[in-house]
Design a protein around this ligand. Structure first.
Ligand code: ATP
Ligand code: MG
Length: 346
């Protein structure tokens, strides 16, 4: 932003919001692209609100018992990774009614054409768009509501969610313009680190996703050390040794992915990793990466398992978080209704 442009968020308190769908096991992609960043943000002196977005998860079919389990397990994953429910608000989306309510209001602001351009919609609906749920199409509008409901100014996400945060800005701007108010901020996506887009271990052109039908394509936070090592050993790569410089990764998506993952796990830059491993083959690099991944993920996995022994405590944490979230959301939602002309008399 240049000095000439006023900061559109100047009048808003800095606030961080982000979410992860409990649509399966948390992956290494979710951890490096999102969750680990969420933890770092707790130390920046800004209010942090983190959400298990169960309403997003049901945009594709979820078995009810599995969804309940995944939600608790994802909450355990958040806490095990370092989200402190005393310092961050942690809850599941469906416990705060404002998300669904504001999503409806935002559905009436967002335009069909905007939704049609969303890459995630095109990727997920694929050739079967006619059979996709209406919720999957409207997903970005619910996500805009998630963020705007708290007047959040910063949204830490992986690369794949950048477009949805941009859409949130468009929706906020259209609302402010149509109703001649300066009510919603323009949230910024925060995309940081060496692994903002972790790729599938089976296909270097596809993002690692918890909903990928192939379990071998991803590393789950719940995987055992053996499973992690095996998946990395079997990761698709080319036969060439690692290059000495970043330019040498050009056209080598799988090699680049493993180098980025190593860098993110080790807290190094990809160039530093190549400085160390350039010239080495995958026979040496993969075991080193597996050891590193296990050393980072095993303690999280163990703590998750411990927390899952007491699901009632997890539910209590989510319930308390939902109350805190609701206390921030309700007045913002009420004001939105008022701006839009709804009679509010109870
Ligand atoms: P699904 O396949 O159900 O969409 P997902 O793995 O894409 O699951 P989401 O819940 O959609 O996970 O995304 C949660 C957060 O994790 C978002 O901030 C997203 O940008 C980030 N994220 C997801 N996949 C990756 C990835 N492969 N690399 C980096 N960040 C990722
Ligand atoms: Mg996703």
């Amino acid at each position: 932003m240049t000095d000439a442009q006023p900061n559109p968020n100047a009048k808003f308190k800095r606030r961080i919001f982000s979410g992860i769908q409990p649509s399966g096991n948390l992956t290494l992609g979710n951890y490096l692209g999102a969750l680990r960043r969420f933890v770092e943000k707790q130390d920046e002196g800004i209010e942090t609100i983190y959400c298990l977005v169960d309403l997003h998860a049901i945009t594709v079919w979820q078995d009810p018992d599995a969804l309940r389990h995944q939600t608790r397990e994802a909450a355990a994953g958040f806490i095990a990774a370092g989200i402190d429910p005393e310092r961050s608000i942690l809850f599941n989306q469906s416990q705060v009614g404002g998300h669904a309510e504001l999503a409806w209001l935002m559905n009436c602001v967002a335009r069909m054409g905007w939704m049609n351009r969303m890459t995630q919609w095109k990727d997920k609906a694929g050739k079967n768009a006619e059979k996709a749920s209406l919720g999957l199409f409207a997903y970005p509008s619910l996500m805009a509501a998630d963020i705007l409901l708290y007047h959040a100014t910063e949204v830490p996400v992986g690369e794949d969610q950048k477009q949805h945060v941009e859409l949130t800005r468009d929706i906020a701007a259209k609302f402010n313009h149509d109703y001649k108010v300066d009510f919603f901020p323009q949230p910024d996506s925060v995309i940081e680190g060496a692994a903002t887009r972790v790729m599938s271990l089976r296909d270097g052109t596809k993002k690692m996703s918890k909903s990928d039908p192939s379990d071998a394509s991803r590393i789950n936070l719940t995987d055992s050390p053996d499973a992690i090592a095996k998946k990395i050993r079997k990761a698709v790569t080319d036969p060439e040794p690692l290059p000495e410089t970043l330019e040498g990764l050009e056209g080598r998506a799988e090699a680049r992915n493993l180098v980025n993952i190593y860098a993110a796990l080790a807290g190094k830059t990809p160039a530093e990793v190549l400085g160390e491993y350039g010239g080495e083959g995958f026979g040496k690099f993969k075991p080193a990466l597996a050891d590193l991944a296990v050393s980072v993920m095993e303690p999280i996995n163990a703590e998750m398992n411990r927390l899952m022994q007491d699901p009632a405590e997890i539910d209590r944490i989510l319930g308390r978080g939902a109350e805190q979230a609701d206390a921030i959301a309700r007045p913002i939602l009420e004001k939105t209704y008022e701006i839009m002309g709804m009679v509010r008399s109870r």
